[in-house]
Design a protein around this ligand. Structure first.
Ligand SMILES: [Zn+2]
Length: 137
């Protein structure tokens, strides 16, 4: 069976609204959400909250969805991002459609994926790592 992957041309930037991280206080799952012009970190486990600009690079090392995958590291900022990578990797036939607004974009997530994720020979390995991450959700 041929599965098709239709690029939605979505960019990582559009996904940045929600980021899953390890809570800085209790290390359980916490979420950073973008609100109007600020961001809020909320941990449902210990009720820790923090408001501010919360730049992603500060929290990048603490990403919740992050795991070693072979010689590499697989990470996703949130479940939607993970699902997106999964759909991409699972698809045997990849095609891109032109976005009516931005046209052909090299900003899309799949065009930014590292080569080892795109490589067909790593597909099974990557899917296994994705599954591992899904179990954390
Ligand atoms: Zn916490």
């Amino acid at each position: 069976m041929i599965s098709r992957f239709k690029s939605k041309g979505k960019t990582l930037y559009q996904l940045y609204d929600t980021v899953f991280i390890h809570c800085p206080k209790c290390d359980k799952k916490a979420v950073i959400r973008k609100t109007d012009n600020t961001k809020q970190l909320t941990c449902t486990a210990c009720s820790y909250t923090k408001k501010g600009s919360l730049p992603l690079h500060t929290y990048f090392p603490k990403l919740w969805l992050r795991t070693r995958c072979g010689r590499h590291e697989l990470w996703a900022i949130n479940p939607e991002h993970l699902q997106y990578i999964k759909e991409y990797v699972s698809a045997k036939l990849r095609e891109r459609t032109k976005d009516p607004e931005s046209g052909w974009s090299n900003q899309s997530i799949e065009s930014r994926l590292p080569q080892w994720i795109k490589s067909a020979k790593n597909r099974d390995l990557v899917l296994k790592c994705i599954k591992k991450l899904e179990e954390r959700l």
